[in-house]
Design a protein around this ligand. Structure first.
Ligand code: SF4
Length: 343
């Protein structure tokens, strides 16, 4: 049963002075009516008409879109005071927002504390200076470290968003970004493989041959390895890949790695690597049983059974059976020799 729900409030970042090459906020902003603080009442009330029946443990009000703390402090306060009103009444339980690392300072954080904000997610994108530069993020890496530690010092829950395959990015940089994130130890993270969206500078770079998007297989592999680093560090990965609703329409996506089930591709890839490692370590196996928790079974067989096909094609001499077992921990995949176990 669903325990957690998010009430999303999209705050278009009007007049964002930055020019991140992948960003289509200008287009989104141009197509969305400006939101005023009083609109939040209607948004929350509409959501609550269905959520209140659901017996949820936590309801989070999330300010998405652009960079919340980049808007004037007075406007931030106007939005937050409405959110706090709902939190004080117990209608919602958490206030969550996303922003840029260079829009964090003591004055901003003092104000967020005043309005009882819980979670601050930073669009870090990369810990590699050349990637930030080539993506025209407008800030360097040192400000990322500074903002992350300031947010934690203030006692907010920190979230980190990373992108994979931006201009100038490499597999090594991606792993580095994941390891640096693991050292900082945010509570939550999101991984977004780069998607080329129309009306962005990246789209022009792609058309002019200055940017080559990752192949999907490469994106899945890189994201899977970052995912592994983050999850082994105990970080809750709350999103992998954009949702269909994050983009304005399918026609907007020109190239890159958009896939509606990207998370399953990544988790399936991790399962495949774990299983294959065990299979290789046991070369005498002729008949194998692959076992996972029922909740991880789809990842074990892979999206559209791609892992099954992979193992059949790569190891035609091994008979493989796939089995779900409640005694297994979620996300753990085991290979057994059929001869040696009783199932
Ligand atoms: S990604 Fe954020 S900071 Fe960059 S241009 Fe878009 S809205 Fe501005």
């Amino acid at each position: 049963m669903k325990k957690h729900a998010i009430i999303p409030v999209f705050i278009p970042h009007k007049g964002c002075p930055n020019d991140c090459v992948f960003c289509n906020q200008r287009k989104i902003t141009a197509h969305s009516a400006p939101l005023v603080p009083s609109d939040i009442h209607k948004i929350v009330d509409d959501y609550m008409s269905t959520l209140s029946e659901m017996n949820l443990e936590t309801i989070e009000l999330s300010f998405f879109g652009g960079s919340f703390t980049g808007i004037p402090l007075k406007e931030q306060s106007d939005f937050l005071s409405v959110a706090k009103e709902y939190k004080d009444k117990g209608v919602i339980h958490k206030i969550h927002l996303s922003t840029r690392p260079d829009y964090i300072n003591e004055e901003i954080l003092d104000n967020l504390k005043k309005y009882d904000v819980d979670v601050i997610e930073l669009g870090v994108q990369s810990f590699a200076e050349p990637v930030l530069k080539a993506s025209k993020r407008g800030h360097g890496v040192s400000c990322v470290y500074k903002s992350c530690s300031l947010i934690k010092e203030y006692g907010f829950v920190l979230g980190v968003q990373l992108m994979i395959g931006l201009p100038g990015d490499t597999y090594e940089y991606d792993l580095f970004s994941a390891r640096e994130t693991a050292k900082i130890a945010p509570a939550v993270a999101r991984l977004y493989p780069t998607v080329v969206i129309e009306d962005t500078a990246l789209y022009d770079m792609f058309n002019q041959g200055q940017y080559v998007p990752m192949e999907q297989e490469d994106a899945v592999m890189r994201t899977a390895h970052m995912y592994r680093i983050l999850s082994e560090a105990g970080i809750n990965i709350i999103r992998v890949g954009l949702k269909s609703s994050d983009i304005m329409s399918d026609e907007d996506v020109t190239s890159g790695t958009f896939h509606p089930a990207f998370r399953q591709l990544v988790e399936g890839r991790i399962a495949r690597e774990d299983l294959e490692k065990q299979l290789i370590a046991n070369p005498r196996i002729k008949s194998a049983v692959f076992i996972s928790n029922p909740d991880s079974f789809n990842n074990m067989v892979g999206h559209k059974a791609t892992n099954k096909k992979y193992f059949t094609d790569t190891y035609p001499h091994i008979k493989i059976r796939y089995k779900a077992d409640n005694n297994m921990k979620k996300g753990i995949y085991k290979v057994f020799d059929e001869k040696e176990i009783k199932l």
